[in-house]
Design a protein around this ligand. Structure first.
Ligand SMILES: C[C@H](CCC(=O)NCCS(=O)(=O)O)[C@H]1CC[C@H]2[C@@H]3[C@H](O)C[C@@H]4C[C@H](O)CC[C@]4(C)[C@H]3C[C@H](O)[C@]12C
Length: 325
């Protein structure tokens, strides 16, 4: 399970919890403007927008999980098991593979409205990256400071939804997740009046009673409701540190602790391996890992973006504790 969210203060923030039971040795990968993207079916692209993101530890190609480009456009791929369908090559369409989708979108487009238009002509083709890394069933949230969309590959092509709640988890498909939010329309960040009955008193014995009924389990539909509520009611000042801190708290509301989600394999549990937070206006990637609660930052604009070589930074995974005495 994974969760993605955006958050807007003075800048636009976007990121995700990467929840899984195994790691692909992910690292921060920067793709400078002149790294040559070789595509399986469309023409290679020699020069494009620069990209920063978290990618699998595979040399020679940026297999991004989530990323943002120098124009402020951001995207994350989340599991969409049992629903994602990739198709055969289609004439007249821009045929890219699912693993090329993030590089293609972020390399070519600068905002969500351009992407929406381009998606009308994109076909996601079922071609594996390699035999060892077959295709994953994914859907994507794409976000910038004007809004967000969700892209789902279905059997009759790509379905694109506007995303007014600014979050995405896994199953079921996005339209069903959105509909389910109707069930929670009475929830509030304020304590409710007693509308249960006029005939007897009910005590307001605690703060936080306005959100009684908000799910707290780790299923993807429960995380959708929980994180949508948390994001919608989020309050912080608009400074960089406060915004970043608040963003980590939004995704912290649906963090998966190791041990709570058993995978059908001895000793394997799904947990939040890392949380990313992009300030997309400044192209800075902040992240935390499960074993290191300190926030680490990598700035796209500090690199030589006219180079042609990928730049990688390993994730800082050692806990960093500030001992006071
Ligand atoms: C599993 C990851 C999504 C995390 C997630 O949604 N977890 C929830 C699982 S579940 O619903 O609860 O089952 C996805 C996100 C990005 C994916 C990776 C990226 O797409 C990049 C390559 C693509 C290759 O085709 C496969 C390996 C891979 C390296 C992918 C492995 C895996 O499928 C990743 C890491």
């Amino acid at each position: 399970m994974c969760t993605a969210s955006n958050y807007i203060t003075k800048d636009h923030y976007f990121g995700r919890n990467f929840d899984y039971e195994i790691s692909y040795n992910e690292r921060v990968t920067i793709t400078p403007r002149n790294y040559k993207f070789e595509y399986r079916l469309i023409d290679d692209i020699e020069s494009h927008y620069a990209i920063i993101g978290v990618a699998a530890g595979v040399d020679g190609y940026p297999l991004y999980y989530d990323a943002c480009n120098e124009k402020g456009l951001s995207i994350a791929g989340l599991n969409f098991e049992g629903n994602a369908v990739y198709l055969e090559e289609k004439e007249g369409m821009v045929n890219v593979t699912p693993f090329e989708f993030i590089p293609y979108i972020l390399g070519t487009y600068s905002n969500v409205s351009e992407v929406k238009k381009a998606l009308e002509n994109i076909n996601l083709v079922n071609i594996n990256f390699s035999e060892e890394l077959p295709l994953s069933p994914l859907h994507w949230m794409i976000s910038d400071d004007t809004g967000a969309i969700v892209v789902e590959p279905l059997k009759d092509g790509l379905k694109v939804y506007d995303n007014p709640v600014g979050v995405l988890t896994n199953n079921p498909p996005f339209d069903k997740q959105l509909f389910t939010l109707n069930d929670y329309r009475s929830l509030s960040n304020r304590n409710p009046e007693n509308t249960f009955s006029k005939d007897f008193d009910l005590d307001e014995y605690s703060r936080g009673m306005g959100a009684i009924g908000l799910p707290g389990d780790l299923s993807s539909s429960s995380r959708f409701a929980k994180v949508a509520f948390t994001r919608a009611n989020s309050f912080s000042s608009d400074g960089e540190e406060e915004s970043v801190s608040q963003f980590f708290h939004i995704l912290g509301s649906v963090e998966q602790q190791n041990g709570c989600t058993f995978i059908n394999d001895p000793d394997l549990y799904e947990y939040t391996i890392y949380t990313s937070c992009y300030n997309t206006n400044k192209a800075v990637l902040y992240y935390r890992t499960y074993s290191n609660s300190q926030i680490t930052a990598v700035k796209l604009m500090s690199e030589d973006l006219d180079s042609a070589e990928l730049i990688n930074y390993r994730l800082e995974t050692e806990e960093q504790i500030a001992y006071i005495n």
